[in-house]
Design a binder for this molecule. Structure first.
Ligand SMILES: [Zn+2]
Length: 146
């Protein structure tokens, strides 16, 4: 089971997710309040709650780089690696697809993007300006930036 928009759960209810093995599904860009925001992502991570991140498009932007930026900006934020994991293996787990996608390894789908810079080594404020340089679906390049 999972709860969508779990960033809106009451703080005292966060431990209930782990107790009941419920995935906390959240949309960081949709609920982004600016770089000084207080987020709950780390509160979930600190007690090992399974996280799944998404966009909630089409009511907000599809771009997961905006969501990663929103997840790592602000006080008490999570790391870029934690945000990327929530967007990849976390979301795959939330849809029972973790054996097919979510990580790059033999036997899984080869659906992935290349980003034009290393988001793990840049200031969080710059992540939102990173761009997808190429997209691969089933191991075949289907998009290249110009
Ligand atoms: Zn929604």
């Amino acid at each position: 089971m999972r709860v969508e928009h779990a960033q809106n759960a009451a703080t005292e209810d966060i431990p209930r997710f782990v107790r009941s093995n419920i995935i906390a599904s959240m949309q960081p860009w949709l609920f982004f309040n600016g770089p000084s925001q207080q987020t709950v992502y780390k509160k979930y991570l600190d007690i090992n709650t399974p996280l799944a991140f998404g966009s909630d498009a089409a009511i907000t932007d599809f771009n997961p780089l905006l969501g990663i930026y929103a997840a790592v900006a602000g006080a008490d934020a999570m790391t870029v690696e934690q945000a990327v994991r929530a967007y990849t293996i976390g979301s795959a787990y939330a849809e029972f697809q973790e054996k097919m996608k979510g990580t790059i390894e033999a036997g899984k789908l080869a659906d992935f993007v290349l980003i034009d810079r290393d988001i793990f080594k840049m200031p969080p404020s710059e992540i939102k300006s990173a761009k997808v340089a190429a997209t691969f679906v089933d191991g075949v390049q289907v998009y290249a930036s110009k």
